[in-house]
Design a protein around this ligand. Sequence first.
Ligand code: FAD
Length: 336
Amino acid sequence: MKDFEYIQPETVEAATAALATKENADWATAKARVFGGGQDLLGEMKTGLEEPSALVNVKWIQGLGGVTQADGGNLKFGATTKLRALEGLFSSGAFQVLSEAAKTIGSPQIRTQATLAGNLCQRPRCLYYRRPEAKCLKKGGDECFAYGGYNKFNAILGGGPSYIVHPSDMGPALMALDAQIEISDSKGTTEMALDDFFTLPSDGDVTRENVLRPDQVVISLRTGLDTPSEWRSTYLKFQERDGFDFALSAVALSLRVQNGAITDARIVLGGVAPRPWRCREAEQLLLGSMEAASLAKRGAAAADAALLGAEPLEHNAYKVPLTKGLLQRALRQLTA
Ligand SMILES: Cc1cc2nc3c(=O)[nH]c(=O)nc-3n(C[C@H](O)[C@H](O)[C@H](O)COP(=O)(O)OP(=O)(O)OC[C@H]3O[C@@H](n4cnc5c(N)ncnc54)[C@H](O)[C@@H]3O)c2cc1C
């Protein structure tokens, strides 16, 4: 591991000031990195994938962690809120999806260190990306080796030219709650829909998975549901090995139920696309009565619609029926 400067700012302003260098305005030249729990970044530094000249540790900034009330019954989560703190927080209702997603991540030791923002900003787990000697598209090369290679874990939706899947479980869960993300740099603070934060490889910079610049810091996440008390949610994830494993496929589902009928829905898939994958058309098919036979029919139609655009690679066609099954199971659980 190369030597680096360690910076421990006490305020967001000090953190963004430390990041506001000329070279840090662009990922191609940036050498400073924001440091959360280190559960991804340290691994990348150990294998030489990242060689920062400075780490700006935001974990000790007062007020950047924890959960507070937001408008209309929504919640605001500080960027450095630990995943471990989220896992026991909600056992029912609108925010249950967050605890269920958090629980599936890594081990208790990892969740004790890992922060919410770090989970959203973590880098891909594609075997080729993680192999230092493979200069793939994500690392400025000119080929996605997974495309014609070993692609069991790669994307079936939204792929090309890179076929990574986004590794975050908290991304789909937060998107299913219409979350907004707050971001600061030395010039001020902005907020955007989390849906607009994540990018596809075809959106522009194939080496990144979101719009964050290297001189920016994620400050908070805020849920944005209309009347959260009318919503219920769940997260179902399929792992090859239980515990310690990333999603082969995952479904974050939230439903608004009014007078015994589903009046609004969010379906966001994980583990199948280069970003958390919202299924807007499928969501519309879920609206209607809670009567079991009708729901089962609409659930099957929604599952088909969600996977309609799937283009599996040689080794990952299994993700199509797997994801359809997860979505229908999530629907049954939420409407039982
Ligand atoms: C064995 C193992 C199993 C795992 N399993 C899963 C899993 O099943 N599901 C899952 O979702 N994850 C999994 N992970 C990944 C783990 O959850 C993430 O690595 C962790 O959440 C990252 O959070 P962190 O705070 O440690 O981030 P760090 O490692 O500190 O940072 C990760 C990235 O985010 C950036 N960053 C961090 N905080 C901020 C901020 N406030 N603003 C801007 N940028 C920031 C960093 O610069 C870096 O690029 C696993 C990891 C391991 C080691």
